[in-house]
Design a protein around this ligand. Structure first.
Ligand code: P6P
Length: 341
């Protein structure tokens, strides 16, 4: 019996999805397959970073003022090169590039889509062999097809996303992506280099036992949020007692766990970070899209993340994201977070 004979691959799944939309051109499916190819190539290097001399810092400083790890640079180049050589993407915004990367060739200019990405999220974990991720977000262009992509294509509110997803490079490598039709996860079989549908139709449990917050910021947040953190570690957090604090230093890993088990993640504004640390366009928006399609919620503490009109491609946003009922608990302590979803 062939390996995983009853499972379907990412490519087969995206093509099956095409059948549901008779008028679909297949561009989005092709773009998602390109992302899968790039993820496989990045995964190869992730798995042997220590051997491939791409450990440690590459030395340069990115737009965020963060030391760029070598794997960030490698992954960024892989995603850009794969998507530039395809015909399904007109350009990219990346955490690693100060300006948008417009592909500006005849075929790419005809593409309906642009992509925003964080090629390696949690790069501080690379040297200690803890999970890291890649995050991506796909929009339909608002500029004229046939011409180069424009900045306005990338500065759309998150609710306009056509698809969003992440890759988690952990004990296994899993690509999760959402469209409005649902959230699905694909596990990489490295033996044959195929992603197989392993987590169909993912739904975020309405409640969980985990909260993700870097407690070193406890004394840097306002009293209302301190009261919420105190609630999380109190015996009244839920019928089983306190939540567990799980904070991996990689948002992809924290939110992946919450998607499967239920939980809440928050990175609020803290001293020296008036808008928090996470970037709206290629971290908060894609994770919020996935979370909402899966039944959870995401706010910046005042409004729904997906409703925010970006002003700058690298702007930051506070982020509270997670299971529906846990987000409702949060709103009891943080009334400003009481937003209609
Ligand atoms: P801190 C990784 O750098 C990241 O962007 C998220 O993936 C992660 O949750 C957060 O920053 C960690 O930030 O300040 O707690 O180290």
């Amino acid at each position: 019996m062939p390996r995983y004979h009853n499972l379907i691959t990412l490519d087969e799944f995206t093509i099956q999805q095409l059948r549901l939309f008779p008028h679909a051109t297949g561009e989005l499916s092709g773009l998602l397959r390109g992302i899968g190819l790039a993820a496989k190539r990045v995964n190869l290097e992730v798995n042997k970073a220590a051997l491939a001399d791409i450990l440690g810092a590459e030395g340069s400083i990115n737009i965020q003022g963060e030391v760029v790890q070598k794997l960030d640079v490698y992954a960024n180049n892989v995603f850009i090169n794969v998507l530039r050589s395809g015909i399904n993407c007109a350009g990219i915004v990346s955490e690693e590039n100060e300006e948008m990367v417009v592909f500006d060739d005849a075929k790419s200019n005809q593409s309906k889509y642009v992509l925003l990405m964080d090629p390696i999220d949690g790069s501080g974990n690379i040297d200690i062999n803890i999970s890291i991720g890649s995050i991506f977000s796909v929009y339909r262009r608002v500029s004229d097809l046939g011409k180069p992509a424009k900045l306005e294509d990338f500065l759309q509110p998150g609710i306009k996303q056509v698809a969003a997803g992440y890759v988690i490079y952990g004990s296994s490598t899993i690509l999760v992506y959402a469209t409005r039709r649902g959230v699905n996860g694909f596990t990489l079989d490295t033996a044959i280099g195929e992603f197989y549908l392993s987590h169909p139709n993912l739904k975020m449990p309405p409640h969980g036992l985990f909260y993700s917050f870097d407690n070193r910021y406890y004394n840097q947040v306002d009293q209302k949020l301190k009261n919420y953190v105190d609630f999380c570690i109190s015996t009244t957090a839920n019928k089983n007692g306190p939540y567990s604090n799980r904070y991996y230093g990689c948002m992809v890993a924290d939110i992946h766990r919450n998607l499967l088990k239920g939980g809440i993640f928050f990175y609020p504004q803290v001293t020296g970070k008036p808008n928090g640390k996470l970037r709206l366009c290629y971290e908060c928006n894609p994770m919020a899209f996935i979370t909402e399609v899966a039944g959870g919620n995401a706010t910046d503490g005042k409004q729904r993340i997906l409703d925010i009109q970006p002003e700058h491609i690298h702007q930051r946003s506070p982020l509270f994201i997670g299971s529906k009922e846990m987000m409702e608990d949060l709103q009891r302590f943080l009334p400003s977070a009481k937003v209609k979803f």
